[in-house]
Design a protein around this ligand. Structure first.
Ligand code: CP
Length: 321
């Protein structure tokens, strides 16, 4: 039987110094992050959006892959909490001269930093950092593996709009195979008691994904009447080998979320997308910009979730006053 949120025990601290993924994270820890994010959310709307919570902490944002939302959102969260921040971009660093990840982070560590936020194309890159650095490590996306803060902000948005996570039916739609967002959402949502469906062409759904407790569908029109939430994933053309589906037009015809398709819904469906969107491919503009869409609210909640994660990893209420 699915867990009910009201049954989840209350805790004050996370069990790990790092946030590398949601695989194995307990329901009470996810609930702590979401509750903390809710209390930080109002700071974002204040005229003076700054609290001294992380004063004296130095955070490096280490981005080896492109990012708009995650990078700006972490930077804003850190600034809102008065941390000192360094932004590192691989494309303008000595990585271009051949310096390795380990040498890069050892040099950064020698400058006495407290936390590292890292995006990297290699799954497990964050785990590697925990072995060579004494700082708190936060995974901001590691290849096709996990993107935990994205899934947490998705869960915060669903909880805000639907009032709960347990016993909701939530579909991850599209390119599941190449999506770190899908994997982190599956781990987090299953832990919090949601029913999770995945839907896409069989070439874009990993074999044996049912082992994670999800239900697999290949016809989008079969899931629309059942779901409370659809999280539509970007078709990750840059990570795919050729030939996974006949053409972009055919993909849109079979799996694109359009107004016409949504008319088959039997209840109000929340439309989500982690971004960046391919408008007219996995999602039509008139859905992305519709009254069902909470895509920009996801982005705003991202700052609150990242503030909560930074605060809790820095020690939470017992360390920070
Ligand atoms: N959702 C997400 O990770 O977006 P960015 O790649 O722009 O950070």
């Amino acid at each position: 039987m699915a867990i009910m949120e009201s049954e989840v025990k209350r805790i004050e601290r996370l069990s790990s110094r790092h946030l590398l993924g949601l695989d194995g994270m307990k329901a009470e820890e996810i609930q702590l992050i979401l509750d903390t994010a809710r209390s930080f959310r109002e700071i974002i709307d204040r005229p003076i959006k700054r609290v001294p919570t992380l004063q004296g902490k130095t955070i490096v944002n280490l981005f080896y892959e492109p990012s708009t939302r995650t990078r700006i959102s972490f930077e804003l969260a850190e600034k809102r909490m008065s941390a000192d921040i360094i932004n590192f971009s691989a494309s303008t660093s000595s990585v271009k001269k051949g310096e390795s990840l380990i040498d890069t982070v050892r040099n950064i560590a020698a400058m006495k930093i407290d936390m590292v936020v890292m995006r990297h194309s290699s799954p497990g890159a964050g785990h590697l950092l925990t072995r060579v650095l004494d700082a708190n490590i936060i995974n901001a996306g590691d290849g096709g593996h996990e993107h935990p803060t994205q899934a947490l902000l998705d869960m915060m948005t669903i909880r805000e709009k639907k009032g709960r996570l347990d016993n909701l039916t939530i579909a991850m739609v599209g390119d599941i195979s190449h999506s770190r967002v899908a994997l982190s959402n599956i781990y987090g949502l299953k832990t919090m008691g949601a029913r999770v469906l995945v839907c896409g062409p069989s070439t874009l759904i990993p074999r044996e994904i049912e082992r994670l407790g999800v239900e697999v569908y290949h016809n989008i029109d079969d899931i629309i009447p059942q779901v409370d939430v659809m999280n539509i994933l970007r078709l990750q053309l840059e990570r795919q080998r050729k030939g996974l589906f006949p053409s972009l037009r055919e993909y849109h015809n079979y799996f694109g979320i359009t107004r016409e398709r949504l008319e088959k819904a039997t209840r109000p469906i929340l439309i989500m997308h982690p971004g960046p969107m391919n408008r007219g491919l996995e999602i039509s503009s008139n859905v992305a910009d519709s009254e069902h869409s909470v895509i920009l609210e996801q982005v705003t909640n991202g700052i609150a979730v990242r503030m909560a994660v930074l605060y809790l990893l820095a020690g939470g209420p017992s360390e920070i006053h």
